[in-house]
Design a protein around this ligand. Structure first.
Ligand SMILES: NC(=O)c1ccc[n+]([C@@H]2O[C@H](COP(=O)([O-])OP(=O)(O)OC[C@H]3O[C@@H](n4cnc5c(N)ncnc54)[C@H](OP(=O)(O)O)[C@@H]3O)[C@@H](O)[C@H]2O)c1
Length: 281
């Protein structure tokens, strides 16, 4: 028996919750997980099993994977969705904050893949879905730590895709654009307390832009709800031969095309029109 049980990280809100609901609704056996198990009790009514899982905690990751394997034989599909943005000018960020960013967005995803792969390989089937971002391919100022963590996730996914294909395991990268979730609020909470200095106005503008971009301005209309991502993940899982990458929403298609077509200098010029440039007073 091949297990196609799905384990999803970060289901307390946004894309993770929408994906858990959509996949359960389509008949997948879904293990929705979150750091705070009480935050996902409603997903049980939607037909999901729920488990506690913090992707920065080795024991928590091992226990969640073992619980699914004990019941299903293997995790058939892993959706690495948990993530947040540690925003702020790079000179102002503590390295601890940057390390935490990578622990969640990058190392957590890699470790989860390492934990599920032995049983996926043994059953000759598996799918690992890494929720990256258009921000895994382009960079906005003030988002250096976040973008670095997602660029790294893209590279890990590319290498892993090659390494595990022969075992029947597909690695799929999802690149959402602007998705209206708890993301902007979480980014605001994660920001370090404002400090006076040369980046004070810039960091304040980044915080403001992070919430505004979802609400107003030309890009807001090109975003989408979390279920737009869930739909694409469902499509990738139903495909006989899934693509390596899927973008989600016109905002991702537009900005990724723009970044590909523009030189670095032209891209920087575009950003200068949208963000204040730090410099001497
Ligand atoms: N929204 C966007 O515009 C957008 C665009 C591109 C990519 N993405 C990516 O999509 C993914 C989901 O984000 P979202 O937009 O749905 O934001 P969200 O609503 O803030 O959801 C993020 C989820 O990640 C969880 N999480 C954070 N740290 C965790 C940890 N250590 N262990 C387990 N779970 C953890 C959060 O749980 P808690 O409630 O416990 O904090 C929450 O459930 C992220 O990887 C994000 O980078 C989002």
């Amino acid at each position: 028996m091949v297990s196609k049980a799905v384990l999803i990280t970060g289901c307390s809100s946004g894309i993770g919750a929408a994906t858990a609901r959509r996949l359960a609704g389509k008949g997948w056996r879904v293990y929705a997980t979150a750091r705070r198990a009480e935050a996902i009790s409603a997903l049980r009514e939607a037909g999901c099993e729920t488990l506690a899982l913090d992707v920065t905690d080795e024991r928590s990751m091992q226990e969640a994977v073992a619980a699914v394997e004990a019941r299903e034989g293997a995790v058939g599909v892993l959706v690495n969705n948990a993530g947040y943005s540690q925003s702020g000018a790079l000179e102002t960020l503590s390295l601890d904050a940057v390390r935490r960013q990578f622990e969640t967005n990058t190392f957590g995803a890699l470790r989860m893949a390492q934990l599920v792969l032995p049983r996926m390989r043994a059953q000759g089937f598996g799918r690992i879905v890494n929720v990256s971002s258009m921000g895994g391919k382009l960079t906005f100022p003030g988002g250096g730590a976040y973008h670095a963590s997602k660029h790294a996730l893209e590279a890990l996914s590319d290498a892993l895709r090659f390494e595990v294909r022969g075992f029947g395991v597909d690695v799929i990268v999802i690149e959402p654009g602007l998705i209206r979730t708890g993301f902007a609020e979480a980014a605001g909470r994660a920001m370090e307390p404002p400090q006076p200095g040369p980046y004070a106005a810039f960091n304040a503008a980044v915080a403001q832009a992070t919430s505004d971009v979802y609400e107003r301005g030309p890009l807001a209309a090109l975003g989408g709800p979390p279920d737009a991502v869930a739909k694409v993940i469902a499509r990738a899982l139903a495909a006989g031969r899934p693509k390596a990458r899927y973008t989600v929403t016109p905002s991702a298609d537009l900005l990724l095309a723009q970044r590909r077509l523009m030189s670095d200098a032209a891209w920087d010029g575009f950003l200068r029109g949208n963000f204040p440039s730090p410099g001497p007073e």
